[in-house]
Design a binder for this molecule. Structure first.
Ligand code: HEC
Ligand code: HEC
Ligand code: HEC
Ligand code: HEC
Ligand code: HEC
Ligand code: HEC
Length: 382
């Protein structure tokens, strides 16, 4: 196995890692060795190594110890092992001892294998997130593994049947994947998922661990395959919560899925299939803004966009959108599709939890020149 840095990109990466890991404890020999290594100063390197022949085995050991320390990323491990490898090759040459080199190769093989398994694991959970709105939660992967538990597949869409977005956002969770530091300690204080998963509103967070730590478990197909859902169960839960699930109104008994595989919630609503609750608190005062805003696009290539404030504010709290996603002033937000694709403006939800950008005409739905009665006009400045 040869691990020799050759391309400029790799060299730059190595140099950056060197800068960030050049610690106070690092021996002056190691620092000098790294500088020569990165700079391809072969002559100086040979002199350095010859002069320090006796300390090489210790230096190699300390690099290996740094490489296998548990807090290191794969890139950092490879950086230390590459250096150790270079030193060990020289050690073999000058001191005629190949033991360190063999040791490093063993460690390298193990680390490469571990990385392969890690990548395969990432791939393994992807299928759950293909169903738009599902989130695989594995921020605390190590702790879960230690407890013998799999990651959590959070079925966003299933919860949407019973709850408006505003029930959870922003009072319980901010709208950002991985942004809430969800942990079992918080759950046992009755926070986060356990606001509902308390054994009364929904199964408790201190029981049936596998019901949430469900990734890869048998029987969870119904969390990402609409044809396998248990309508009777969803209906019973809806009744218990004061929501509605009238699957008898489903067109042809099936949930409407758009051509991108996404549930058409507005059609479900129009057919009175579901009615989510808007708060867990009976005294809740709902706030809805009943108007429409027409974005008159400056681009000659696309239709105008009609934004329905009422639909959006029925689902979503004002404070989720204003002021962090949009300034609440007509004509103030300068939106570009590239920003949206990066998760800004409409892209905060569309493409992640709501229908995707591939569905251009669902937003660009008003031909140029067509007048929409009572709509506020946002004239896009070129
Ligand atoms: C039952 C609670 C609940 C409901 C209801 C809910 N969400 Fe979420 N939402 C969550 C949780 C939990 C997360 C993930 C937070 C984390 O990973 O820390 C999340 C994350 C998100 C994200 C971030 C996704 C990403 O990839 O960064 C968006 C956007 C979002 N929700 C939008 C919505 C919208 C829109 C609705 C209503 C249509 C909604 N949510 C309804 C609990 C909920
Ligand atoms: C606003 C209330 C609420 C919040 C917050 C909430 N849930 Fe739920 N969840 C429910 C209800 C109600 C059910 C259905 C009742 C039941 O199965 O006991 C449910 C069902 C589920 C199911 C389906 C179990 C199955 O196999 O049928 C999973 C998985 C789940 N929740 C995970 C989570 C996770 C993870 C979180 C936190 C990230 C969370 N929930 C936050 C109310 C909530
Ligand atoms: C209602 C859903 C739910 C149930 C039930 C649940 N968990 Fe969790 N648990 C979560 C979520 C969500 C996370 C955060 C996942 C992540 O790291 O992103 C989590 C994280 C964890 C973690 C890692 C973070 C930490 O706190 O150290 C451990 C360990 C854990 N759970 C243990 C358990 C055990 C044990 C049970 C059963 C007694 C259980 N969980 C039941 C939702 C649940
Ligand atoms: C979730 C709603 C939404 C979807 C889906 C959407 N757009 Fe847009 N788009 C907007 C909004 C809002 C604007 C800003 C107003 C304007 O300039 O027209 C915009 C602006 C544009 C612009 C002009 C500004 C710029 O970024 O160059 C173009 C071109 C455009 N969209 C093309 C598309 C195409 C092509 C698709 C499908 C692949 C698409 N859009 C899907 C909401 C959407
Ligand atoms: C899904 C996100 C979203 C939600 C939720 C939302 N808004 Fe807006 N709001 C917008 C967008 C987009 C605009 C247009 C801004 C522009 O023209 O640049 C806007 C514009 C406005 C404006 C100026 C135009 C007008 O309608 O007079 C006000 C005021 C406003 N919002 C208040 C509210 C209030 C109050 C709520 C809650 C009841 C709310 N918004 C909920 C996205 C949202
Ligand atoms: C905070 C989340 C969020 C943001 C931000 C958001 N949307 Fe939506 N949007 C939703 C949800 C939820 C629905 C309901 C349908 C669904 O689930 O996809 C929806 C539905 C729609 C619809 C179909 C309803 C209709 O009016 O016919 C359009 C069009 C739309 N959004 C356009 C936009 C545009 C344009 C923007 C940006 C100016 C935007 N949305 C920003 C969450 C969001």
């Amino acid at each position: 196995m040869k691990f020799i840095l050759h391309s400029t990109a790799l060299l730059t990466a190595a140099f950056l890692i060197f800068l960030s890991y050049a610690s106070a404890q690092q021996s002056s020999f190691r620092s000098a060795f790294i500088i020569n290594y990165i700079g391809n100063n072969f002559v100086q390197q040979v002199e350095l190594v010859k002069k320090n022949k006796d300390i090489l085995p210790e230096e190699i050991k300390s690099l290996m110890a740094d490489a296998i320390a548990p807090d290191k990323t794969y890139e950092q491990k490879m950086y230390f092992l590459n250096l150790a490898n270079a030193m060990a090759s020289m050690h073999k040459y000058w001191n005629n001892d190949d033991k360190p080199l063999t040791e490093i190769e063993t460690i390298l093989r193990i680390e490469v294998q571990k990385e392969k398994e890690r990548a395969a694991e990432l791939e393994k959970w992807k299928k759950y997130e293909k169903f738009i709105g599902n989130i695989v939660m594995k921020e605390h992967r190590m702790q879960m593994e230690a407890a013998g538990l799999n990651p959590v597949v959070f079925p966003h869409w299933l919860h949407r049947i019973w709850f408006q977005c505003k029930v959870c956002h922003q009072d319980i969770f901010i709208m950002k994947k991985g942004g809430n530091d969800i942990s079992q300690a918080h759950l046992s204080e009755g926070k986060q998922c356990a606001v509902c998963h308390n054994g009364k509103l929904a199964f408790g967070a201190d029981e049936m661990c596998e019901k949430c730590h469900n990734a890869g478990r048998p029987g969870i197909e119904s969390l990402y395959d609409m044809t396998k859902i248990d309508h009777k169960k969803i209906k019973d839960i809806a009744e218990h919560l004061g929501a509605e699930w009238n699957h008898e109104n489903l067109p042809k008994g099936k949930a409407p899925i758009d051509r991108f595989g996404y549930i058409n919630w507005l059609e479900l609503k129009a057919k009175n299939v579901f009615k989510p609750i808007n708060s867990l608190n009976k005294d809740f005062k709902d706030e809805v803004r009943d108007n429409k805003i027409l974005f008159e696009s400056a681009s000659p290539m696309v239709n105008n966009v009609l934004f329905d404030h009422k639909i959006h504010s029925t689902w979503i709290q004002c404070s989720t959108c204003h002021p962090s996603i949009f300034a609440d002033k007509l004509g103030e937000n300068r939106m570009k599709m590239t920003d949206m694709a990066a998760g800004k403006y409409c892209g905060h939800c569309h493409g992640k939890v709501s229908f995707t950008f591939a569905d251009c005409l669902r937003c660009h739905n008003i031909p140029k020149g067509e007048i929409v009665k009572d709509a506020l006009i946002h004239k896009v400045k070129p």
